[in-house]
Write a protein of this length. Structure first.
Length: 135
């Protein structure tokens, strides 16, 4: 089983994981994705589920309409390991391929729905059309 990352290592890996942040009070990382609609959100979940099952590493997640809130931790290790980092990267790649709305989590203080809420950012999709996401 991979080892839990130290606080320092966690900080370092988060720099390579746009949109992801540590969950306050728990050794886990979280990101909220907002898609164009439910179809895209569920498409993301379907693709991510196949990756998760193949790797035998599964997300904690919640879907409401076009929003997917994801928390990753390695339960067997009681913390964050490289398996979480790898799944987070795969999820970012899947969301990127869908060319969709994206919600990037910001600091807890800015959001009432902490720790999973976020702030929408502009994303330019492959065909050059910019989309805005948000609550
Ligand atoms: N997923 C996650 N996120 N953490 C785990 O520790 C974990 C898992 N363990 N998926 C796996 C399944 C384990 O329970 C099975 C038996 O391999």
């Amino acid at each position: 089983m991979p080892e839990r990352l130290s606080a320092e290592a966690r900080k370092a890996v988060l720099k390579e994981l746009p949109g992801w942040a540590e969950v306050p009070g728990r050794e886990a990382i979280a990101r909220t994705f907002v898609f164009k609609d439910f179809n895209e959100a569920f498409g993301f979940m379907s693709r991510a589920a196949l990756v998760a099952e193949k790797r035998d590493h599964h997300p904690e997640w919640r879907n409401v309409y076009k929003t997917v809130e994801v928390v990753l931790a390695t339960h067997d290790a009681g913390g964050i390991t490289k398996r979480d980092v790898e799944l987070a990267k795969a999820m970012n790649a899947i969301a990127g391929q869908l060319g969709i709305w994206r919600l990037d989590r910001t600091s807890c203080e800015e959001n009432r729905e902490c720790p999973l809420a976020g702030r929408a950012v502009r994303r330019v999709v492959a065909n050059g059309i910019g989309l805005f996401g948000g609550f």
